[in-house]
Design a protein. Structure first.
Length: 141
């Protein structure tokens, strides 16, 4: 099911929203998107094609879940895998925002075998462009 902003409510109960929607309609603010939609669980997606180790045309589907109502990333990771376009390598990351300020808070990134630098860089791109840190801090108060 898709709303007017292009976000979809997947099997996980989270909104799946392209990074371009956050950067375009919400001026790069995940917090603004979450406040506008009332959704506390969002998976931001981005498709990337790039050269990796001299091989052109590598396609990636990167998804970052930012959630307050999930104790596990498994249902989100399963929904992302199901949505991953054919011929793309699927990279999933998770920010369990409900753990912010606790010892077990962290950003979890799946290993897809393309190296930590590339994987972390693609997830960092979403974090930066959608101002994920600012959203987590503002909405955890």
């Amino acid at each position: 099911m898709t709303d007017n902003d292009g976000a979809s409510a997947g099997m996980s109960g989270a909104h799946f929203v392209p990074l371009s929607t956050i950067t375009g309609l919400y001026k790069g603010s995940l917090e603004a998107y979450m406040r506008d939609t009332g959704c506390r669980d969002v998976v931001i997606t981005m498709q990337v094609t790039m050269e990796v180790a001299g091989s052109k045309g590598n396609r990636f589907f990167v998804a970052l879940g930012v959630t307050w109502n999930f104790d596990s990333s498994e249902p989100l990771a399963d929904a992302v895998a199901a949505d991953c376009p054919q011929a793309h390598k699927c990279l999933f990351g998770w920010v369990p925002a409900h753990r912010f300020g606790q010892d077990d808070f962290g950003i979890y990134i799946d290993d897809i075998g393309v190296g930590d630098t590339l994987q972390n860089g693609m997830v960092a791109e979403i974090i930066e462009q959608a101002a994920v840190e600012a959203a987590v801090m503002a909405l955890t108060a």
